[in-house]
Design a protein around this ligand. Sequence first.
Ligand SMILES: Cc1cc2nc3c(=O)[nH]c(=O)nc-3n(C[C@H](O)[C@H](O)[C@H](O)COP(=O)(O)OP(=O)(O)OC[C@H]3O[C@@H](n4cnc5c(N)ncnc54)[C@H](O)[C@@H]3O)c2cc1C
Length: 390
Amino acid sequence: MTVTRTQVGIVGGGPAGLMLSHLLRRAGIDSVVVEARERSVIESTNRAGILERDSVRMLVDTGVSDRVLTDGHEHRGINLRFDGVNHLVNFQDLIGASTWLYPQTDVFIDLANAHDRDGGDVRFGVQDTDVADVTGQPRITYTDAEGTAHEIRCDILVGADGSRSITRAHVEGHTPYFKEYPFAWFGIMCEAPPSADELIYAHSERGFVLASQRTETVQRMYFQCDPHEKAENWSDDQIWAEMRARIAGQDGFELKEGPIFEKTVLPFRSFVCEPMRHGNLLLAGDAAHTVPPTGAKGLNLALADVRVLAEVLERHFGGEDGALDEYGPRALRRVWKAQHFSYWMTSMLHSVDGATDFDVKRQLGELSMVVGSERGSSYLAEAYTGWPED
Ligand SMILES: Cc1cc2nc3c(=O)[nH]c(=O)nc-3n(C[C@H](O)[C@H](O)[C@H](O)COP(=O)(O)OP(=O)(O)OC[C@H]3O[C@@H](n4cnc5c(N)ncnc54)[C@H](O)[C@@H]3O)c2cc1C
């Protein structure tokens, strides 16, 4: 067995783990990241795509990459579509903020490249990860692709290992706050031009549709489906017919269609683990919380967590007693706001089996209130573009 000694051992090399390690290196704190998947697999797995204003700043200001500013697309608002008409919620006019469409795959590529450039220790393709002694001197053990066993001894252990976290189980006595939804999202990637300047969040009695985007020639779209739906059971024609039926309206708006090259069913749940710390183990990102994708908060929350975590770790290693105690409560304030926003967007836009005419008309009334009032639209705009740093 090889043994490595480091200050911070990080399980998980997604956005949370890699960004944390990058921020720590800038602060002169060494870390080792272990990641179960191969780099090429993560680079080609489509996930989130919308970055809040502060997430973009973080990538640029901390020297990860400027590429987000050249290859990303600024979005100055979103369309809420209901009763067959698009209603633009213009973030710039309302609050002077934008979001950026920059795929998570690109965020990962930029972070991994920054680690290569700066000499970060990131170990991809590890197996059988385990952790121990989280209240003393924590250890991470794993096996590499050649079958060699490794141990990492650290002062602080960070669980950034996503929604199926193995580290979370070591937060003794935690409360798992959980909400299941009776639907999922059917996600597609297709070759087509964008359907509109801004993303479209569409309410219809047949269910929700999101016309998101990726590039000038590739689009990401979703429609609400049964959680047990099988992606392979849907032909391209069936998918477009369903999307057309949900988008149809008096304004004659149509989605731009094209060949579909990826179909996935995304699970849909809200989850928070409290507290986010046990002894010398701290959780970050999806390991500590997941949100339904309707508010586009998952990736942004992961980055916001590690901004706070890097700051308190710097103070901790600088000798400040009690700095680590601040992390969970500060991170959780934003997490619960994001939980509420994601839940609110979800319940306002999705249809539920057994919904009555009253339920549908109430949703339409709520959507009218949001788009018909500057304060209502600003509430959405502030949440969507991201709250100020904690
Ligand atoms: C399939 C999918 C699609 C999504 N789509 C959207 C979307 O459309 N819009 C949106 O806003 N959000 C979406 N999300 C959410 C968003 O991608 C996450 O919130 C974001 O990735 C969180 O970053 P993270 O670093 O906390 O976790 P992750 O990105 O999940 O990273 C965790 C990493 O830990 C690694 N890991 C796990 N277990 C171990 C172990 N035992 N040992 C070593 N490594 C381990 C994993 O391989 C993974 O790379 C999606 C999530 C998933 C899973």
